[in-house]
Design a protein around this ligand. Structure first.
Ligand SMILES: Cc1ncc(COP(=O)(O)O)c(C=O)c1O
Length: 431
């Protein structure tokens, strides 16, 4: 069979696809779903916790209104689901208004529609470094410059954000928005401190920018008090210009399979997003919206989220304990108080991307850190997911992973010792 020329139509492709990369996470799903592999790679909530019986109940409840469930719906979402979203947002202390809510096909679509709305080629966005790879991918097709702002254990560093904005302004780069995942960030697991949220709002005001607050994990808190959303903080400021665009999702508090999220923003922005969505998919699924509203209206969804948090906490503890027990002391990691991820940093000379095939050969997978940066940094880092596997599997996965890392570190030590024994002036015969 002749070889297929994969780039046969390269000359016809739009410029925008040149910046588009396949997500390392999505690519990895193929590898990590192979039998026998302990995958710390996915970003999966554990949907088995919901249970077939609960699912059957809500499905049969909406069967009575099948014609509506199977129909097209309004682009911005059904009224009923917006009431539910108001409720969910108020559970996190944000008083949302129905008319400021726009339903999307996952928060992921919200990211894409925001890119469509705000970004011209060459515009810039400011985001955490590392940041959510799906956001980088969504924005990439609009060809922005991505400016990463460093983080520490309290999230994005506001002074660094301000410096980056001053630099951008001086060099004529037009920054459109700050993108942040404030709670238990994907991938780093860190949370933006309350006073930094305030500072970021001030910075956005000073430079007249929008803030995109992407908050899928806020309610997956295992310990400590929840922090106010940037959207709610802005509401407390009199005369503020509604510059926070809030993205929410049912993926982590209910199920990602329903593909349902939302944007909460001021009407001007929502109008643009509405036009963008009409061209993308007309509307999100009525079926999903009805499943969710039936469940959230009639069942104890808060109790369900509490149950998830008990289970995920146990799994997080298993991961942190295993890391402490097995990892070499040169490896460091974050201690998330919620969410799904731990971020591990290896010695700078190790390349987590190059190491992945060795890890897979040992039956463990993770996501290399590089994909979470637009500028090629993060090579010695990795994202580890703890929400999907049992504590026992996670422990075994970390044990295997630490063997791979130790092996690489020892190899490096051997090479260094070898080069010290054979000084440069006398090259070995094998060269
Ligand atoms: C930070 C962040 N934003 C958005 C999304 C997309 O979520 P959704 O399933 O609602 O599209 C994810 C998914 O993992 C995420 O981690």
């Amino acid at each position: 069979m002749p070889l297929v020329d994969l780039d046969r139509f390269d000359f016809l492709y739009a410029r925008r696809v040149k910046g588009m990369r396949s997500s390392a996470v999505r690519d990895l799903m193929d590898v990590s779903s192979r039998p026998g592999i302990i995958s710390l790679a996915g970003g999966f909530p554990d949907t088995s916790i919901f249970g077939a019986e609960a699912f059957r109940e809500i499905s049969s409840a909406i069967a009575a209104d099948s014609a509506k469930a199977l129909q097209y719906g309004p682009t911005g979402g059904l009224e009923k689901i917006k009431d539910i979203i108001v409720d969910v947002m108020s559970a996190e202390g944000t008083s949302a208004r129905q008319e400021n809510i726009f339903v999307t096909t996952g928060a992921q679509q919200g990211l894409d529609l925001l890119g469509k709305t705000f970004l011209d080629e060459g515009d810039a966005i400011l985001c955490e470094g590392p940041t959510y790879v799906g956001a980088l991918n969504a924005f990439a097709s609009y060809r922005p410059r991505v400016i990463h702002v460093p983080m520490d254990r309290s999230g994005m560093i506001p002074s660094a954000a301000r410096e980056a904005l001053v630099r951008a302004r001086k060099s004529g780069v037009y920054v459109k928005f700050i993108y942040t995942v404030p709670n238990f960030q994907n991938p780093a697991g860190v949370t933006l401190a309350a006073e930094r949220r305030r500072e970021l709002l001030e910075i956005a005001r000073e430079f007249d920018l929008v803030i995109v607050e992407d908050n899928p994990y806020g309610m997956l808190r295992f310990e400590g008090d929840s922090l106010p959303t940037l959207a709610s903080m802005e509401q407390e400021e009199p005369g503020e210009a509604d510059r926070v665009v809030y993205l929410g999702t049912f993926s982590k508090i209910f199920a990602p399979g329903v593909r349902l999220g939302w944007v909460h923003a001021q009407p001007g922005i929502l109008h643009k997003i509405n036009v963008g969505k009409q061209g993308a998919d007309l509307c999100s699924s009525n079926l999903s919206q009805m499943l969710i509203s039936t469940y959230f209206q009639n069942a104890d969804w808060r109790g369900y989220v509490k149950r998830l948090n008990v289970i995920y906490k146990e799994r997080r503890d298993a991961m942190l304990d295993a890391l402490a027990e097995f990892m070499p002391k040169e490896v460091h990691w974050t201690h998330p108080a919620g969410g799904l991820f731990v971020w591990a940093t290896l010695p700078a000379y190790l390349d987590a991307t190059a190491m992945l095939p060795r890890a897979v050969a040992k039956n463990v997978a993770y996501v290399p850190g590089e994909g979470f940066f637009a500028d090629g940094s993060g090579k010695n880092c990795m994202r580890l997911n703890f929400s999907f596997l049992t504590p026992e599997r996670t422990r075994r996965g970390i044990e295997l992973l630490s063997e791979v890392i130790r092996d690489r570190m020892e190899l490096r030590g051997d090479l260094e010792r070898g080069s010290q024994r054979s000084p440069r002036k006398a090259p070995s015969k094998n060269r």
